[in-house]
Design a protein around this ligand. Structure first.
Ligand code: ZN
Length: 764
């Protein structure tokens, strides 16, 4: 199936590029495939300072930009003003169409639906002036004055038969992602006319109001671990209305195919080479343009690193407070509510005072050291010890009282603590969080307990959205006899969600909670050994061994049920959820392959450093990596070895996040601490930090209307069009560099893939 789609793509691109190439050859008189072929602009006296090996720059304005097309032998990226014959214009359009297809294949990382050209007839933004507000016009003027941008140009890659084949394989991988990934029905482009909103409550002033929705009459049942939904008229349950793109067996087959490509020698060499080149290009860009970037930042009034929006894209709710905050809270509760009955242990009810007496602790004894929740050198490579640290004073009963929501006091203490964290976030104004909260799948009641807690305590903040995290703990529940097989875990997690979507009145509080949930995460220790699943793996109803299922197995079944749920919710006019699991923190490379195919973005991804092919694919698809170098430093990877700065330089879409502030950070602004350490150790500039913050907002699940307000009116567009320096403090030069580099990579890939397909067709 995937082969059919990729050959369709090849055929479409093939026509476009053949047409294009023949023209290029006529003009330039040589084949762009010739090894060592150099850019035709090189050495032309008319074009200033385009040095032979691309280290050139100089005050070219937009003209050298148009010249720079290392792949296609001097064909301009955008149509040069006034120079296009109608035939050339048609070709240009056709090429854009081909590139659009490629961008879509890449999972839509801001498809090139807009104008592709940089420095075209309409100024550096490449957009017509007519649809601009005065504010945007003034931004464009500022940019124009700062337009003496030195572009890094590299010589062409020699296209050998081997390289062409590699390009074809990489395109096939991107096609697979496109095939599996869930995409919402309405793109940001389709929602462009929705008004901006400064904060979520501008859109919904009553976050806990229950808006009734009549029951839909749909029925549903699990078929081989994936929910099938049937229409109200379909009494026989004959036609599944929202089928998933493929079965588990098909998914595992595709996954193994990508794994095979990723381990092939030529693919590894090519990707490694491209990644090195991307890194060097960035270093040159910074060398040539950093002062201009800094000038642009200085020229943007009011905005600086402190007042650009920053989203903590990966933080666990139960560890979201810093340790001094938790300590202060415990002390104040012991002082103000000593007689509150808080726990049932060993056959009797205990008050808070009695609990502390049983632990031989007084309020005076308590300090951060007795609390002992900080990860230290003993936790390195010991996820089990790291988890044990998550007990205040080493006592599970204190954990149950203070940081659990399902306890004797119905999670009141944790709710109060959460509200304090929210108010800290709100007072910082520009810091936001996406807190993850657990649903385990041990019992179906969990959803209602969680919803009652969030809605009952009115836990909402304009600075927070919720994600649901599912711990991969089947083996633990099986061992304790809570569940019989993996299917029961899936039932407990997903049945209530389909029920409430079909008829919100069945779980009104859950219906309200889900309107604040933006995504699903999947968590646990990835370093545990596991057997890689294959197409012969048992289906969930027959998975009843004591062994845990593998990462990719969990990933598929959670993804597939979310896919059906999202389609169902879309049909009901309800919000959908993105799949954003932890992946590549440790463990095998297949975790990253599974998440490449199924997920919008991931947390961690540090293991991409071990696979050039996957790292390059994550770049091409612009999959967000919500990284936490300080957390890695406590668990899996020393800070100075963290690939974060490397990924950033190469243009992977990275953001910074805190993971577990209570166990890692020392200050009361953990997210800023994370930025601060990265800035110091990795020597990052203000432009770098603001670019990372901008990535964070784009990775996040905050509403479309807020992203418009925080990033740019058309934040989804690639390059400078999707940026407003007055909002993000990111220089347009930076985004222009990123975009041009990206287009060059895609163009090279497409060119190689089409050449390969042409050769193959000719042979047949
Ligand atoms: Zn985490």
């Amino acid at each position: 199936m995937a082969t059919a789609t990729s050959s369709d793509l090849f055929n479409a691109c093939h026509v476009v590029l053949l047409q294009h190439l023949s023209d290029a050859q006529l003009v330039e008189g040589e084949s762009p495939r010739a090894p060592g072929h150099q850019h035709p602009a090189v050495g032309r006296s008319a074009e200033p300072a385009q040095h032979a090996h691309g280290l050139g720059g100089g005050p070219g304005g937009s003209a050298p930009l148009r010249k720079a097309s290392p792949v296609l032998g001097g064909m301009p990226l955008g149509a040069p003003a006034g120079s296009t014959s109608s035939a050339a214009a048609a070709q240009d359009r056709a090429q854009k169409a081909a590139l659009d297809m490629m961008m879509a294949a890449a999972g839509g990382a801001g498809g090139l639906t807009g104008k592709l050209g940089v420095g075209g007839a309409n100024g550096p933004n490449g957009a017509g002036p007519s649809d601009k507000t005065p504010e945007q016009l003034s931004a464009a003027a500022t940019l124009a004055s700062l337009d003496d941008y030195s572009r890094v140009i590299t010589p062409e890659t020699a296209m050998t038969d081997e390289v062409e084949e590699v390009c074809a394989l990489l395109v096939e991988c991107l096609e697979l992602r496109k095939h599996w990934l869930f995409k919402p029905m309405l793109s940001p482009e389709a929602r462009r006319h929705e008004p901006e909103a400064a904060v979520p409550s501008d859109i919904n002033p009553q976050p806990f109001a229950y808006v009734p929705l009549p029951p839909s009459g749909h029925t549903f049942r699990m078929v081989d671990g994936v929910m099938a939904v049937y229409g109200p008229e379909d009494r026989q349950q004959a036609v599944n209305m929202f089928p998933v793109p493929g079965t588990a067996a098909e998914f595992f087959t595709d996954m193994h195919r990508i794994l095979r490509y990723a381990s092939s020698g030529p693919v590894k060499s090519y990707c490694h080479h491209r990644l090195m080149l991307l890194e060097q290009k960035f270093n040159l860009h910074v060398m040539l343009n950093s002062d201009k970037e800094f000038r642009a930042q200085k020229a943007a009034p009011h905005r600086d690193f402190y007042n650009v929006r920053k989203v903590d894209t990966h933080i666990h709710h139960s560890a979201c407070m810093h340790q001094k905050h938790l300590l202060r809270f415990i002390k104040s509760k012991l002082r103000k509510e000593p007689d509150e009955v808080v726990i049932f242990r060993d056959g009797k009810y205990l008050t808070l005072k009695e609990v502390f007496e049983s632990l031989k602790l007084t309020g005076y004894d308590l300090n951060v050291d007795t609390l002992d929740m900080h990860a230290d050198k003993n936790t390195f490579h010991r996820f089990d010890k790291f988890n044990l640290k998550y007990n205040p004073c080493g006592q599970s009963r204190l954990r149950e009282i203070f940081i659990k929501q399902d306890n004797l006091i119905h999670g009141r203490f944790l709710a109060e603590l959460t509200r304090e964290v929210f108010s800290d976030l709100e007072s910082s104004k520009y810091q936001h969080a996406e807190m993850r909260i657990s649903v385990y799948g041990r019992k179906a009641m969990e959803w209602d307990i969680l919803a009652a807690w969030v809605v009952g305590f009115q836990l909402h903040s304009d600075n927070n959205v919720w994600l649901i995290q599912i711990p991969r703990l089947y083996n633990v529940y099986k061992e304790t006899g809570v569940i019989e097989n993996f299917q029961q875990m899936l039932d407990n997690i997903f049945e209530p969600l389909f029920e409430v979507t079909a008829d919100p009145s069945t779980h009104p509080q859950l219906h309200v909670l889900l309107s604040h949930v933006v995504g699903f995460d999947m968590v646990d220790d990835e370093s545990k050994s596991e057997r890689r699943p294959t197409k012969h793996s048992e289906p969930p109803q027959r998975w009843n061994t004591k062994h845990n299922c593998a990462y990719a197995y969990y990933a598929y079944y959670i993804y597939a049920n979310l896919y059906a749920l999202n389609k169902f919710r879309e049909s009901r006019g309800l919000n959908t959820f993105s799949f954003r699991p932890h992946a590549g923190e440790a463990g095998d490379i297949d975790h990253l392959v599974a998440s490449f195919m199924l997920c919008e973005n991931i947390a961690h991804g540090i293991n991409l450093r071990k696979s050039p092919c996957l790292q390059y694919l994550y770049y091409l698809a612009q999959i967000g990596l919500c990284m936490s170098p300080l957390s890695n430093n406590s668990l899996f990877l020393d800070y100075h070895r963290n690939p974060f700065p490397l990924f950033f330089a190469r243009g992977l879409s990275v953001s910074l996040s805190t993971d577990d502030p209570v166990m890692i950070h020392l200050t009361k602004e953990p997210l800023v601490e994370e930025y601060s350490v990265a800035a110091q150790v990795f020597k990052m500039s203000s432009a770098d930090l603001c670019e990372i913050a901008r990535n964070g907002v784009l990775h996040s699940g905050f509403p479309h209307a807020c992203k418009k307000h925080w990033v740019a009116a058309e934040y989804w567009r690639p390059g400078p069009d999707g940026n407003d320096i007055h909002k993000t403090n990111v220089p347009n030069l930076r985004l222009r560099f990123r975009h041009e580099t990206y287009v060059d990579e895609m163009r090279l890939l497409l060119h190689g893939a089409v050449a390969y397909q042409t050769r193959k067709t000719a042979r047949e």
